[in-house]
Write a protein that binds this ligand. Structure first.
Ligand SMILES: O=C(O)c1cc(=O)[nH]c(=O)n1[C@@H]1O[C@H](COP(=O)(O)O)[C@@H](O)[C@H]1O
Length: 240
């Protein structure tokens, strides 16, 4: 099964999440649990997904002082998840604290997730940066934050696929790029600003493509997911 597509379970509760999973589990095996679902259902839902043999990206975008992030991350790692993220804007000390938690878990032979730094949200564009007083080119800020994450020892970043190729050049081909804001041309962008098609995202070097509403809110989710997978297969000349 193609593991490059991660479907965002952006639904309010466990029942709806498991409905989506049931519909998609023969097609997709990597799901993202975000704040909406985790704040309501907590670790129980992660157990449900793991018991179904699925991979889980827990997207809580930790952003706090190093001590708090480190303690929170310890709890999340104990859930047995496959991927997790912290905000790269939290600074080098916070990112290193996250890395240390992973290292300690490794030493204890615990299962450790891929740890990602979120760079600049895909819902933001240049204007949104200016509005908060950041007079820096958006792609430059993404580079700086990716480099911070790399220097701290994290495994990769969350960014738009628009930035994937220069992140790889800067941080190395093994540095993972997870890219939300993926849209087929006929799907709506909603609040996403830095949007890329599935085929183009793979051409640009994205390792994982995160898709939420275009699949989860579709009349037929399985067909919608298959359309994304077909375009992805096209992007890799059918070698998925
Ligand atoms: O970390 C994320 O997953 C994330 C980072 C980012 O910059 N942009 C972004 O959209 N996301 C998440 O990716 C998903 C995208 O959902 P859709 O816009 O519905 O495809 C949502 O669950 C977001 O929370």
């Amino acid at each position: 099964m193609n593991e490059k597509l991660i479907v965002a379970l952006d639904v309010p509760d466990r029942i709806q999440a498991l409905e989506v999973v049931e519909e998609l589990k023969d097609t997709v095996n990597f799901f993202k649990v975000g704040m909406e679902l985790f704040y309501r259902e907590g670790p129980r839902l992660i157990d449900d997904l793991k018991n179904l043999g699925l991979k889980v990206f827990l997207d809580l975008k930790l952003h706090d002082i190093p001590n708090t992030v480190s303690r929170a991350l310890k709890n999340l790692i104990n859930l047995g998840i496959d991927m997790v993220n912290v905000h790269a804007l939290g600074g080098q000390e916070m990112l290193r604290a996250a890395y240390r938690v992973k290292n300690e878990a490794l030493k204890k032979n615990c299962k450790v997730p891929i740890i990602l730094g979120v760079t600049v949200l895909t819902s933001m564009n240049q204007k949104a940066l200016e509005q908060i007083g950041l007079k820096i080119e958006l792609s430059h800020l993404v580079s700086l934050l990716a480099k911070e994450a790399k220097d701290a020892g994290l495994d990769g970043v969350v960014a738009s696929a628009l930035e994937a190729s220069f992140i790889k050049k800067l941080c190395g081909q093994d540095f993972i790029t997870v890219t939300p804001g993926i849209r087929r041309l006929e799907d709506g962008n909603f609040d996403q600003k830095r949007v890329v098609t599935p085929k183009r995202a793979l051409e640009l070097g994205a390792d994982y493509l995160v898709v939420g509403r275009p699949i989860v809110a579709a009349m037929n989710r399985k067909i919608a997911a298959k359309k994304y997978l077909e375009e992805m297969a096209g992007g890799l000349n059918g070698h998925l």
